[in-house]
Design a protein around this ligand. Sequence first.
Ligand code: RB5
Length: 146
Amino acid sequence: MRIAVGSDHGGYALKQLLAEHLAALGHQVEDLGTHSEEPVDYPEFGAAVGRAVVEGRAELGLCACGTGIGIAIAANKVPGVRAAVVHDVSTGRLARQHNDANVACLGGRVVGSLVAKDAVEAFLAATPEGGRHRRRVEALAALDAR
Ligand code: RB5
């Protein structure tokens, strides 16, 4: 799978770890920065990952900041993005199954590395359930279109 990754300084270490993990699993990873722990502002990086997904350069996106929250808000500003803060296997899985999330966001300062890897693997392995969830995702798309 083609996966775009991005972070600010607060998520840099986790983004690096997850990017290496995903590459080792055979995924094609596009790293959109940041590239060091020098302080940067998360909106730029969340938006870059979101754009990569909606423009079709990546199938899914993965973001990290200190909490996962700021970069999720940023990614969600890109129409067509459904970014979810995930922090364990259940939220990783349900973000895909129920919300058809196309970007997963994690907090490098609040989630341990093993839990983060498991959460991301669950996110990637799950598929949207459809049914009543499809209707709700379509309603989200209608909000984008307004
Ligand atoms: C940066 O210090 C921190 O505010 C940021 O990484 C993130 O946690 C924001 O949501």
